[in-house]
Design a protein around this ligand. Structure first.
Ligand code: EPZ
Length: 421
């Protein structure tokens, strides 16, 4: 195992290049199962979650070539098997999005339930409800979701749950509906940019989908799809994380390769904090003199403030004078980072799904433990702002979603190194 050691206190300066989106690439790679023809996906970040997805596809007897340095995944799903086992699925919850394409392609599949998750309860009732609306018989038995049908038949499907529209649930129903007989209307569809990217890829494969980017997707089923090439969108959460890193360190960072329109809510909050955010010819420049103002943040489905940026924002607020309130409306228990930030001297109390953050003057470095991907990003940011040395353990969590985060931060002037634990 590796850990990251940060000597905090250096303002970040310079430019950083954003990688392709993990959360767009994962369902798009799953969607390649919808055709026996070759598909080429470009702009794929070199992350452990992408490797897990490629491994699962290989286990399903699918030919996968992952050119890691070029960021290209080539897939040919000639005759995929229909069972994704627990040993592989438990490593990555996103593998639940194999359900829709496997069901559409094979009409009979079993995907293991992934099991517990530190960011809170993550049921898949909406996924199951949606597939049932398309005529599938879906049962949960022996730890597997077993879905089968004679054929999938288009229908209206509502994807909004208690905490808003489900992203991967929408992806699953969409991938099943593209090969269904007749028309499907996905109402309350998640409209995250990653779903839009999936829709774009499916259209390149020959799917007929209207309403792209909106809450109502109309899918006219086709009998087969063909191979396609696609470049995934840039990772908005990685970009947002570097925006917050610039802000928390009082730095000046130019972010290249991101799509600023995917980051409006993050930009808006940073500006409210007193950070200058400029968009110029495809770059985002974030400048801060370190004099931050407290804000209230409520996480929401897109285009609201992303839950995947909540830990990073919490880190910023820990060193912002005054009181900030951060409320989680997507994963109400996603606060594992808070007790670790307290080890750095943060003053935060939890009230239900809200964190009440009283900004302190300085954090002071200490060993901390990463519990999940975004919590670890939040801890890295806190470490960049803290006096002295912060040691972030279990850094494999951060490697699931950030390509070479330590290298990218080092190029911006951070004193950060990766060492064996
Ligand atoms: C996706 O997870 C992302 N993962 C998550 O990214 C992200 O945090 C989340 O969307 C929300 O934006 C990938 O894209 C691979 P949801 P997903 O279904 O689709 C509840 C990261 O760090 N719900 O939209 O699994 C659920 O419990 C991560 O990169 C149901 O109640 O999330 C949550 O409260 C982790 N029933 C809310 O909906 C269901 O059937 C939103 O979850 C499904 C979800």
């Amino acid at each position: 195992m590796e850990k990251i050691i940060i000597s905090g206190g250096n303002p970040l300066r310079g430019t950083v290049q954003i990688s392709g989106s993990k959360n767009a690439a994962l369902p798009i790679i799953a969607a390649t199962l919808l055709t026996s023809e070759p598909c080429v996906i470009r702009g794929v970040p070199n992350l452990s979650d992408i490797q897990f997805m490629c491994d699962i596809l290989r286990w399903l007897s699918v030919k996968v070539e992952h050119h890691k340095t070029e960021g290209v995944v080539e897939v040919r799903a000639g005759h995929p098997l229909g069972v994704a086992p627990y040993e592989l699925v438990r490593k990555m919850r996103a593998s639940v999005c194999l359900l829709g394409p496997l069901l559409a392609r094979l009409h009979n599949c079993k995907v293991s339930l992934p099991g517990g998750c530190v960011i809170g309860d993550r049921p898949i009732d909406q996924h199951i409800k949606g597939l049932k609306r398309l005529g599938a018989d879906v049962v949960v038995e022996n730890g597997y979701v077993h879905a089968r049908c004679n054929e999938l038949i288009g229908n209206d499907v509502f994807m909004g749950g208690r905490f808003g529209s489900t992203v991967l649930g929408t992806a699953n129903v969409l991938m099943a509906a593209v090969l269904a007989t007749g028309t499907t209307w996905i109402e309350g569809a998640a409209c995250e940019p990653e779903i839009e990217d999936l829709v774009n890829f499916l259209i390149k494969m020959g799917a007929k989908i209207k309403g792209i980017g909106g809450h109502m997707l109309e899918v006219e089923g086709v009998t087969e799809l063909h191979g396609a090439e696609h470049t995934v969108i840039p990772d908005r959460i990685e970009a947002g994380t570097f925006m917050a890193a610039a802000a928390i360190t009082g730095g000046d960072v130019e972010i290249h390769g991101a799509r600023a329109e995917h980051l409006s809510a993050v930009r808006d909050k940073l500006e409210e904090c007193g950070v200058t955010v400029e968009r110029n010819n495809g770059t985002i420049r974030v400048r801060s003199n370190g004099d931050l103002k407290p804000v209230d943040v409520i996480t929401m489905p897109y285009p609201g403030f992303p839950t995947d940026m909540q830990a990073q924002m919490s880190a910023m607020m820990t060193v912002t004078p005054g009181i900030s309130v951060i409320t989680e409306k997507v994963f109400p228990n996603r606060f594992m980072h808070i007790s670790e930030m307290a080890r750095l001297g943060a003053d935060v109390s939890l009230e239900g799904a809200s964190a009440i953050v009283k900004g302190v003057k300085r954090l002071s470095g200490a060993p901390v433990m990463a519990s999940d991907l975004r919590a670890s990003a939040g801890l890295v940011l806190a470490g960049l702002a803290a006096d002295g040395e912060t040691e972030v353990n279990r850094i494999y969590h951060v490697d699931r979603g950030y390509e070479r985060i330590d290298q990218k931060l080092r190029l911006l002037g951070a004193k950060i190194e990766r060492v064996a634990e």
